[in-house]
Design a protein around this ligand. Sequence first.
Ligand code: PGA
Length: 256
Amino acid sequence: MAITIRIFKNADDAGIYVASIAEMVIRQQQHPVLGLATGSTPIPFYKALVNLYDCGLDLSHVTTVNLDEYVGLSGDHPQSYRYFMQEQLFSKTNLHQQNTHVPNGVAEDLDQECHRYDQILQKHTIDFQILGIGLNGHIGFNEPSDTLLAKTHVVHLKEATVKSNARFFESIDQVPNQAITMGVQAILQAKKIVLMAFGEEKASIIEQVILGDVSTNIPASILQLHQDIHFVLDIASASKLLANEKAKKTLGLKVR
Ligand code: PGA
């Protein structure tokens, strides 16, 4: 198990660090593939990546694949993940639109859409996957369950997830209760993974994911099995790990 844990003072510093890893991957590969995530967590990373683009980093040869999309929201809906990506990254850089992939939440045939997305993933092994984490341990929209699905699939969102995501909508009734999500196979096949988590409310799930057993009821715990996994935290999300003297020592945790 090759776990690296980096704890920063704040999310902005963490975002700059993760963007510098992305730059390394982008410059090393001829056809780099980035696996991207939405939510509030990756925003500092996108800001830093746009800054790097403004300073000369070329993204014209980069392909991106996003983790998920709400069912029922089209790409021009302000709460859709395609729209989020457009706002945060795509429109601000020289990424080619045709090289950016997000599941189509308004596809007529959702099963076919999942299949289409898996074909894209088969053609584009992810070099660098960024992840946030739900309070319940979900990655993408792979929700806690007795089983985890390998392939792209339609998922019924857990009540806790709908509640948590309501902050982005005018009311909870507007939050879609279904999404299309990449399965765990494409995530685990990524060559390098960075999971970011910020804020005290993530401290407990981060402790469970890193110190607990691997369990489908905490989907992110499966990342313990990955060969090149990095947890990028702030002091608040790392607070439970830092309070555990044994873990602090074994994991070599340090914070300035
Ligand atoms: P957040 O969401 O970044 O908005 O906290 C993360 C997630 O649910 O995966």
